[in-house]
Design a protein around this ligand. Structure first.
Ligand code: G3H
Ligand code: 13P
Ligand code: ZN
Length: 305
């Protein structure tokens, strides 16, 4: 198996005080853009498939794409299951050779979350697969990750949760949310809370809902017709601060979506006579590479591959 070990990548990042980029993949062009960025910057990278991505493209197809990339690339590439809720999907991912799986029991009562996370940890560890769990809830809406309010992670409960479940890394809720509409007012992360969690929890910490939704991406997409009023993301300075305080894995999906959207829109608007999917999707792949490079540099994982 050509995939890198997610736990080892994150432990190394923890020691080196940088974060590994987790990037969601849904198709060939997205994957190729991310991998091109990681190779160029010699950065380890985590490719991730949500249950929505699996429904869209098929787990077998996505695994094959990621395996091909991992075999060819000179950098460590891990494959991760994002927000796993369906135990059958989680089992299948473990059996197909994913490096790591997330069990997202954040919507469950504490004891139920502990019970199911522990079960997943037992299955996964038998096969050398590491497990991400979530405590507290990250807000926002994605395809299969339903909209909900942020419930901040309680530091004491987080320590108890990690001890009881044996999970390998923990996603924390400190004010981020999924999607492109993160803050109705000024961006605000509970850095104080992260400090407290870090004191009590020794496993690597994960930040979801971390896209930057940069003005340049928005302007580019809007220039070609996207309607994105009210969007906002996590400012770069807050990402840097979070890494200093122990975040070792940072999830990005929305920025990739925005870049892809802008790339497709631009290609169609500038070349209305083109109808070859390759002409339409190649600029989107380049846009993915560009944003992935920016994210990797921000996370400090450049040259760590
Ligand atoms: O955190 C969620 C990811 O952005 C995946 O979203 O379920 O729409 O694929 P999705
Ligand atoms: P964004 O929506 O901020 O990109 O977050 C993605 C994510 O957390 C995937 O798990
Ligand atoms: Zn997420």
């Amino acid at each position: 198996m050509a995939f890198a070990n997610t736990k080892q990548l994150l432990q190394k990042a923890q020691r080196g005080k940088y974060a590994i980029g987790h990037f969601n993949i849904n198709n060939l062009e997205i994957l190729q853009g991310i991998v091109a960025a990681a190779e160029k910057l010699k950065a380890p990278v985590i490719l991730s498939t949500s249950e929505g991505a699996i429904q869209y493209a098929g787990m077998d197809y996505l695994v094959c794409l990621a395996q091909t990339a991992a075999k060819k690339a000179k950098i460590p590439i891990a494959l991760h299951l994002d927000h796993g809720r369906d135990l059958r999907v989680i089992k299948k991912a473990i059996n197909l050779g994913y490096s790591s799986v997330m069990f997202d029991g954040s919507h469950l009562p504490f004891e139920e979350n502990v019970k199911l996370t522990k079960k997943v940890v037992q299955w996964a560890h038998r096969k050398g697969v590491s497990v991400e769990a979530e405590l507290g809830t990250i807000g926002g809406a994605e395809d299969l990750v339903s909209a909900r309010k942020i419930l901040y992670t309680d530091p004491q409960q987080a320590a108890e949760f990690v001890k009881k479940t044996g999970c390998d890394f923990l996603a924390v809720a400190i004010g981020t949310s999924h999607g492109a509409y993160k803050f109705s007012d000024t961006a605000y992360l509970r850095i104080d809370l992260l400090k407290e969690i870090k004191k009590k929890v020794k496993v690597p910490l994960v930040l979801h809902g971390a896209s930057g939704v940069s003005l340049s991406l928005i302007k580019e997409a809007e220039k070609y017709g996207a309607q994105l009023s009210g969007v906002s993301g996590v400012p770069d300075a807050q990402i840097r601060e979070a890494i200093k305080l122990g975040i070792c894995k940072i999830n990005t999906d929305t920025d990739l979506r925005l870049a892809f959207d802008a790339g497709v829109r631009k290609a169609l608007a500038e070349h209305p006579k083109d109808f070859d999917p390759r002409q339409i999707l190649a600029p989107a792949r380049e846009a993915i590479q560009k944003i992935a490079e920016e994210r990797i540099k921000l996370f400090g994982s450049e040259g760590k591959g």
